[in-house]
Ligand binder design. Structure first.
Ligand SMILES: [Zn+2]
Ligand SMILES: [Zn+2]
Length: 265
């Protein structure tokens, strides 16, 4: 009897610690003074550790943030030749008829500094407070592009069951920040119609088959005749972005660009 009670007490404590720890990254909707006290108490019991160097203080310390290397030379996403703002070059466009994107705007080098860890913790460990810092990497690149105000923002969708499991869609959080930062409209215009296998580890041809027809545009009015900025966290071959771009172009989008934090090649 005593051991059962002890077991349940331990489980309750364990769950409480878990809830508190998660709330450190998902701040509840409370008043600003209460929020400060709440943050102070959480910092006291669960002090932040830098994801890059492990130093106590910030989730990413100043020195580690400096290590993230921003993309300076933009290239064609297909062949890697230098191209304006990351546009697909003319020869890749004519050789690969399935390219629906105009280009992919890439923020930073995936393997530079703590970026990989930041993206991983943002997506899989609920470090939602990193979303602004990560979205800012995309914004930094977008501010070099003329006519950014002509765009509207659309996030790459997750399949509904996956979004429910994770509790959020990382691309939506990034898109929301970008839309308010540039004061441009945004909309969850796309939905994922089926749960596709993760693209990682699949050969190129299978990646394309895996995604075929997986996206559908739900808001034709929003998309029709517009220049779309399609937001995702990371791209590898650009297959997901291209499949989304196809759905958007089929519903009348004028032009579709991808924009990501980094490219994992
Ligand atoms: Zn650090
Ligand atoms: Zn090319």
């Amino acid at each position: 009897m005593v051991s059962v009670f002890l077991f349940y007490s331990i489980m309750v404590c364990y769950n409480l610690v878990n809830i508190l720890y998660l709330n450190k990254t998902i701040m509840p909707n409370i008043g600003s003074r209460t929020k400060l006290i709440y943050a102070f108490l959480l910092d006291l019991f669960f002090p932040n550790k830098c994801l890059g160097c492990g130093k106590y203080g910030e989730i990413i310390c100043f020195d580690c943030a400096k290590e993230i290397s921003i993309i300076k030379t933009t290239t064609c996403p297909e062949c890697g030749r230098i191209s304006h703002s990351g546009q697909y070059c003319r020869s890749c466009k004519s050789n690969h008829r399935n390219i629906a994107l105009k280009g992919i705007i890439v923020g930073a080098h995936y393997d530079s500094g703590p970026l990989k860890e930041m993206i991983h913790h943002f997506k899989y460990s609920g470090y939602l407070s990193l979303s602004e810092q990560l979205a800012e990497i995309i914004c930094n690149q977008l501010s070099n592009i003329s006519g950014v105000k002509e765009f509207v923002v659309v996030p790459v969708p997750l399949y509904i069951s996956r979004k429910n499991r994770r509790g959020f869609n990382q691309s939506e959080l990034l898109a929301r920040y970008i839309s308010s930062r540039f004061n441009i409209s945004g909309c969850d215009a796309l939905i994922r119609t089926r749960d596709t296998r993760p693209q990682i580890g699949l050969p190129r041809a299978k990646r394309l088959n895996n995604l075929e027809g997986a996206f559908s545009c739900q808001d034709i009015e929003f998309v029709f005749g517009r220049k779309i900025l399609l937001i995702d966290d990371v791209t590898t071959t650009g297959a997901t972005l291209n499949e989304c771009a196809k759905a958007l172009k089929d519903t009348g989008a004028k032009e579709v660009w991808g924009a990501v934090i980094a490219r994992n090649i």
